[in-house]
Design a protein around this ligand. Structure first.
Ligand SMILES: Nc1nc2c(ncn2[C@@H]2O[C@H](COP(=O)(O)OP(=O)(O)O)[C@@H](O)[C@H]2O)c(=O)[nH]1
Ligand SMILES: [Mg+2]
Length: 243
């Protein structure tokens, strides 16, 4: 039986479009904190366990502490609308390696507007990269606007893609009403230390009971063109009731 006096792990979601560096960021967090915290990782891929295999091969955590959820189509659904498979995976991991301090959950990364449900995670990071263009932060969306932390990733590439990092961070900060924004590169030590500090602060708040999970809000209604519908697509609205 778990000790009821020990708070359960901090469940930390990492969302953002494919290729922005979510798996790499998780590897970076594990590398920075594995000596002092007990960590676990859940990945979400549509058809494969590629992210889990990448993280196991990075050697930053015992391979058994990294588990893959295969979501089938629509990976955003598994982190937002029906979180059952993810919750079961998190709870199993917490039970098998009790006590864990932090479980990192990587989203399938299919969509710029996908966010985690607060029923699944206590806090979430949204990851953009400079290669996606300097104006993407300005375009907004629930993750960019209201995730607990917005990461502008791969700043080492900025000179090659003609992006002004300071400007991108300023645009992002404006879109977030001052919520935290971090310019990150895995090759920039001070930025990795800042990420580590942020995770430790959120964990501290979670343990003290002062951290309040936020719901960034649902993604925009959208179509899947290949799904059969008389109008040529299936409206996939993810309707939620909000207070
Ligand atoms: N230059 C650079 N490349 C990075 C950085 N972080 C990740 N990448 C690369 O970006 C690509 C996508 O990273 P990955 O973590 O798999 O992205 P994910 O799809 O969001 O999980 C890979 O080729 C990584 O090596 C970074 O800080 N700098
Ligand atoms: Mg990944």
């Amino acid at each position: 039986m778990p000790d009821p006096s020990t708070p359960r792990s901090l469940r930390l979601g990492v969302a953002g479009p494919v290729g922005t560096g979510k798996s790499s960021l998780i590897a970076t967090v594990c590398r920075a904190l594995a000596d002092e915290l007990r960590l676990g990782v859940i990945t979400n891929d549509i058809y494969t366990d590629e992210d889990a295999r990448f993280l196991r091969s990075a050697g930053v955590l015992e391979p058994e502490r990294i588990r893959a959820v295969e979501t089938g189509a629509c990976p955003h659904t598994a982190i937002r609308d029906d979180v059952t498979v993810n919750l079961l995976a998190v709870e199993e991991l917490e039970r098998d390696f009790a006590p864990l301090d932090v479980v990192l959950i990587e989203s399938g990364g299919d969509n710029l507007t996908a966010t985690f449900s607060p029923a699944l995670v206590d806090a979430q990071i949204f990851v953009l990269d400079v290669a996606g263009g300097g104006d993407v932060a300005r375009k907004g969306g629930p993750g960019i606007g209201r995730a607990d932390l917005l990461v502008v990733n791969k700043t080492d590439l900025a000179p090659y893609v003609g992006v002004d990092v300071d400007e991108m961070v300023a645009d992002a900060s404006a879109a977030r009403d001052g919520r935290a924004v971090l310019a990150l590169s895995r090759t920039d030590e001070p930025s990795v230390r800042a990420l580590r500090t942020w995770v430790l602060e959120v964990l501290e708040g979670h343990r003290r009971g002062t951290h309040v999970p936020q719901d960034p809000g649902p993604m925009a209604p959208h179509f899947h063109a290949d799904e059969s519908h008389p109008d040529g697509g299936y409206v996939h609205a993810h309707a939620h009731e909000h207070e």
